[in-house]
Write a protein that binds this ligand. Structure first.
Ligand SMILES: [Cu+2]
Length: 560
């Protein structure tokens, strides 16, 4: 990490800019700073809840190391695939929520924007912190991130509420005791009934586990009294907490006993503050809250995150302890939970409540696309998720973006590609007549969220067309709908998919092509300029080809 100024210095690089007065998309400061990181990806064994699991980590850390930058900085990460023990596998890292404007080659999507990084090989990503707030990075290779391959990103910038202390990122995450590939195998087996159950629920990578509940015959090392995460509150101060749901399946409901939370941001979007006692967070989503430490200065309180009833969890309750400055940190909190019954809808907070600080009027869509969600069983009896009628799959050796760059628009139907050409803004009507909730995530954009609710969409009015909610993941509830709109001006191939790892594995994604002429021609001065595939991308494909000639890869899932 370089030593130049991050937040905390008296002059901030964003100067006079505020979240109300400055357009987050066009007014990022020119900082001329690049924050550099080295990621070494390898296997390891950890026991975050006391139960040992073989994992894949960044620099041996769980959760992975924090990336920090100021708004407007560049971030450069040299990712080295050191998964050299058996089974060897590829990887690639996606920088969730980053717009990657005219920079699609760094989106980190295997089979879409690049070939996977072969074992023993490296790939350097460089991208700009165009937006500010809280996010995360994770592997996008199959469901690999469910084996622990993720970490936090904080981009410092203006904020619209008083905050004295930044407690930093806090992951909430369902946790699976078997390796991700075992769950993928289960999910992709003939006759799978559709529900895979997580074993535990973690806050910042910690929780305890009752070892007597393991299956008969399970001899995995397990200890009962794993430590919980702990946080400190300073009496009278306002604390910023940055929650991130990095799970594979579960929607979380987060609360702090005897404290209200002021919500100030959803994903990378600052919103008008509102108070609540519980927030709902789907996978990939972030919520930034400010909490005033206005209770007993010797007190200790539980931070709770519960997997909701519409998620599949064997042990849905996660706890972390919050200690005030004068509290006895050896004692467990004895505090009273809020009475906030789970409505079982897995819906995000009402769109009427979540209002972006910087208003942007909804543009007229140049195209409207219906994308129904459905579930089917193929001829082998495997349960597949379809998005817009297709269960999708990527070819790691032939990424879509390279195909477009080479002016080849003959896509296999199973790639589920939608070419939107030179359109300016696409409206998606997503009906979900299935019993599962889905966190819908678009790459390379913030979506405008026009409508979300139960049942199919019936032309209900758009919520606040003069300033609709914007975010990069939106929950669609079971038997519900969402209507979202995406400005399609950023040239690239951008996945639009469900962020439930097992649903994506079983086909639940699509690929949006925006401005293909610009992709082919090349643009800008950096990555993607000129008529050729960037050399590091073509080299990565040559390395991957060589690897897959040596090692036969059994891609049993969508790969994504
Ligand atoms: Cu899903």
């Amino acid at each position: 990490m370089s030593t130049d100024s991050l937040r905390g210095s008296f002059s901030v690089p964003w100067g006079h800019r505020t979240s109300h007065d400055s357009n987050p998309y066009t007014e990022a400061p020119v900082t001329q700073r690049t924050r550099r990181y080295d990621f070494n990806i390898s296997r390891g064994v950890i026991a975050p809840d006391g139960y040992e699991k073989r994992v894949i980590l960044v620099n041996g850390q769980f959760p992975g190391p924090l990336i920090e930058a100021n708004w407007g900085d560049y971030i450069e990460v040299n990712v080295h695939n050191n998964i050299l023990d058996q089974p060897q596998e590829g990887t690639s890292i996606h920088w969730h929520g980053f717009l990657q404007t005219r920079n699609v080659w760094d989106d980190g999507t295997p089979g879409v924007s690049q070939c996977p990084i072969a074992p023993g090989k490296s790939f350097t990503y460089k991208f700009r912190a165009e937006l500010y707030g809280t996010s995360w990075y994770h592997s996008h290779y199959s469901a690999q991130y469910a084996s622990g391959l993720f970490g936090p990103i904080v981009v410092y910038g203006p904020h619209n509420a008083v905050q004295d202390i930044d407690l930093g990122p806090i992951f909430v995450s369902d946790w699976w005791h078997e390796e991700y590939y075992a769950t993928v195998k289960k999910v992709m087996s003939p006759g799978f009934e559709g529900r895979a159950f997580s074993d535990n629920n973690l806050i910042n990578g910690r929780m305890n586990f009752n070892c007597s509940t393991v299956d008969a015959g399970d001899t995995t090392k397990c200890s009962n009294n794993a430590e919980l995460s702990k946080f400190k509150f300073q009496s009278g101060k306002a604390h910023r907490l940055r929650f991130i749901n990095s799970g594979a399946e579960g929607v979380q409901r987060i609360s702090i006993d005897e404290h209200t939370m002021t919500v100030i941001a959803n994903d990378f979007v600052e919103i008008e503050p509102y108070d609540t006692t519980v927030v709902t967070l789907g996978i990939g989503q972030r919520v930034d809250v400010v909490v005033k430490a206005n209770q007993n200065p010797t007190g200790a309180y539980w931070l709770r995150s519960n997997l909701t009833s519409c998620s599949n969890a064997k042990q849905p309750f996660a706890f972390a302890a919050i200690y005030y400055d004068k509290a006895n940190t050896k004692a467990k909190p004895v505090s009273t939970p809020w009475d906030v019954p789970d409505p079982g809808t897995c819906a995000n907070d009402d769109l009427a409540l979540t209002k972006p600080s910087f208003p942007i009027k909804l543009p007229e869509p140049s195209w409207t696309q219906n994308m129904d969600i459905s579930v089917t069983r193929n001829s082998s009896g495997i349960l597949l998720w379809q998005f817009g009628g297709v269960a999708a799959r990527v070819d790691y050796n032939s990424p879509t973006l390279l195909q477009v760059k080479n002016n080849n628009f003959n896509f296999e139907p199973e790639m589920n590609v939608m070419n939107f050409g030179g359109n300016s803004s696409i409206r998606f009507i997503v009906n979900n007549p299935t019993p599962a909730p889905h966190p819908m995530h678009a790459h390379g954009a913030n979506m405008y969220i026009l409508s979300a609710g139960p049942g199919n969409y019936t032309n209900t009015p758009i919520v606040r067309p003069e300033n609709p909610m914007r975010r990069d993941v939106q929950m669609v509830q079971p038997f519900g709908h969402v209507v979202v709109q995406i400005d399609s001006t950023n040239p690239g191939v951008w996945p639009f998919h469900c962020h439930i790892a097992w649903h994506a594995s079983a086909g639940f994604f699509s690929q949006m092509i925006f401005q293909p002429d610009e992709i082919i021609r090349g643009y800008g001065s950096g990555s993607g300029s000129g008529p050729f595939v960037p050399p590091r991308v073509s080299q990565t494909c040559r390395d991957w080809d060589a690897f897959t000639k040596k090692v036969v890869l059994d891609q049993i899932d969508s790969g994504f």
